[in-house]
Design a protein around this ligand. Structure first.
Ligand code: F6R
Length: 268
């Protein structure tokens, strides 16, 4: 199994295979680092990866010295609310992966001064030495983090307004009520994500096929924020067959995966 960045787009049979592969890539990337730093996402896409990572931890992978930084948080939700990303990350990442809660960071969406909270968050990432591997999902509208279409490709952590489509997509976490989904969030910017030393995006299912194709093969532009990953030297995309179904150049991705040059790392 290689390190991140060897293969740009990896298409696997199903979501379980995506989770297994992504977890192995993360474990390999963090291996040997005394104080590894993991960037974590919420939502459905990374859950299989976290479950596989938890199994690796159960079998001896030690993440007790790892730090984690979440991508985003809703504004105005009590951190103890079950759908606040503070709670979600604690439940799905911190506990199952055996992380030290003191090393797990989530933007403070309840801060009196949200701008200062964003600046503090950027400073904390920098003080940790940057993010070794940032795990990402992708919105059906092409967002990464909560950088909705139109976001600056150079942006840092800041307050954003969620797109109506994102609120509808996330209504499932709020009793089916889009109106119950907060309107604002704090999110790592696209520039923040691009500063991660490597990024790993996972996507599964037909509903992500158009966004995955736009990210990987569409023009670079703010109308598909995830297309900014085309600028990253170490961006790996792991998708299942359904999420890959709109990719035009599938034949090449498979060929490149099977014929990676020895020692290759990064986009060529
Ligand atoms: C989550 C995040 C979002 C999600 C995206 C996909 O922290 O920042 O970008 O990754 O909305 O969500 P799911 O995986 O639920 O389809």
């Amino acid at each position: 199994m290689g390190t991140l960045g060897k293969v740009e787009i990896i298409v696997l049979s199903d979501p379980a295979a995506v989770g297994r592969h992504a977890a192995r890539l993360i474990a390999d990337t963090l291996a040997g680092k005394p104080d590894p730093v993991l960037g974590v996402a919420t939502g459905s896409s990374p859950l299989a990866t976290y479950a596989e990572l938890a199994a690796l931890v159960h079998n001896g992978l030690d993440l007790s010295r790892a730090s984690a930084f979440a991508l985003d948080e809703y504004v105005g939700l009590d951190p103890a609310h079950p759908e606040a990303y503070h709670s979600v990350i604690h439940r799905t990442v911190t506990v199952p992966l055996g992380l030290d809660p003191a090393r797990v960071h989530v933007p403070n969406g309840s801060a009196a001064d949200l701008r200062a909270a964003c600046a503090d968050y950027e400073a904390a990432i920098e003080a940790a030495g940057g993010i070794d591997v940032q795990l990402l999902g992708i919105g059906a509208n092409g967002h990464i983090g909560f950088n909705e279409p139109g976001s600056s490709l150079g942006s840092s952590t800041r307050v954003k307004t969620l797109a109506p489509r994102t609120r509808r997509d996330n209504a499932r976490f709020f009793g089916g009520e889009a109106e119950a989904v907060p309107v604002h969030c704090l999110t790592q910017g696209i520039g923040t994500i691009l500063r991660a030393h490597s990024v790993l995006l996972v996507a599964t299912g037909e509903s992500k096929a158009a966004a995955v194709a736009a990210m990987a093969e569409g023009p670079l532009g703010a109308c598909c924020p995830a297309s900014a990953l085309q600028l990253h030297e170490r961006a790996t995309v792991v998708v299942d067959e359904a999420a890959a179904s709109s990719l035009r150049d599938r034949e090449y991705y498979d060929f490149a995966r099977d014929n990676a040059p020895e020692g290759a790392f990064g986009r060529d």
